[in-house]
Design a protein around this ligand. Sequence first.
Ligand code: AMP
Length: 433
Amino acid sequence: MSFTNFNLNPNIAKAIHLCGYTEPTPIQTLCIPDILKRKDMIASAQTGTGKTAAFVLPALHQLSISKSSNKVRVLVLTPTRELANQITDATNKYGKFLQLNIVSLVGGTSYRQQFKKLSRRVDMIIATPGRLLDHMKNHALDLSSVEILILDEADRMLDMGFVDDVSEIASHLPVKRQTLLFSATVDHKITHILKNLLKDPILIDLSLEKLTPTHITQELYIADDIQHKNRLLHHILNNKNIFKGIIFTATKANADKLSKELSQLGHLTSPLHGDLKQNVRNRTIEQLRRGKIQYLVATDVAARGIDINDITHVINFDLPRLPEDYVHRIGRTGRAGKSGIAISFASRHDIRMVEKIERFTHQILQREIIVGLEPSSKSGMAKNKKNKQFNVKHKSRFKTKPQQVGMPKKKVSAPLQKAKNNHFKFKKKSKAA
Ligand code: AMP
């Protein structure tokens, strides 16, 4: 399969060539032809799979073929500012040779600048729902000519409570339009809540393929307490060959604290979380991209959508609250086909979350131990090589099939159940020891 098969506008093809893309990724191969046929679509795919280009390229093609009007014709809604910025950058890159006006409307940026941009001709808007609604309420926006509505990371928009905003925005768009919904996971909740926005959508599911990212090695270290986690982290930062990394914490305060501690130890690090001003967040991400810092200490929302190709490691200092977030976190490494390493720390209290992650990803996290920094037996999980061998052996058996959109949740597979049972057996054993 080659990009030429899509018959995209030659100016888009030229830009793709400049990006160095030789062939479409699976999500692009599956989505682009149907989007070009103007079909509605629900597609589940993770970031890192090339999904931005999967919807941006056909949207740009649509803008390039029909006659231009002075009104907005493509609207992309996305949950976070970082994602909106990332999509805007990608769109400018792919649309480099088309004379289009693409405007990003996100919070944390001055209204005045945005009003100024909106006073000119605008072809495409990439926005977070709250800021877009503000502009709509100020009558600064006419969305009556939108031909394509794209909802990116729809699951996260629902999680962040944007459902009413999205419905309200959609109610101001023409009924006759194309609607594309992209989401890391597509379940009953999403299809039920958002189905009214779509007409006979084509369903494309690549979620589980990405959930078994063979190019990301996943390791788990058991920690007794926070001090133990700190010792493990210092050892890893000093001994592993980390080029760039993101360290995830559970709270904004922890991100600040840990970043400060690591800086004091001589590591080049900065915090990244929602309490920081947007320009500070942008600058921090840019510093990591340029190698001015080596580590981000980040929370989930702020780090979502970071697209830096040479992040070699993701470290979950604290585990996320949702297994979906685990997948998003580890997807910050192993970008564009490169390999990556995801390291997680878990305490005894996190065992249920580890199990949830393993069930969700259909993978067992490989238990690792650092000699001299072993967990005490009361931690209740991996302590010796036996456990490590067990996990490695079972890992390769977890073959998954893509799940149908709207189907009931998959039951735990037999091998996974067996692995779980053994895991519990092991836990009992180590408790007795
Ligand atoms: P995304 O999933 O949209 O966040 O994209 C992840 C990364 O893949 C970005 O750095 C893109 O530039 C890159 N990418 C997108 N499409 C392709 C392609 N067809 N070939 C190589 N890299 C790509």
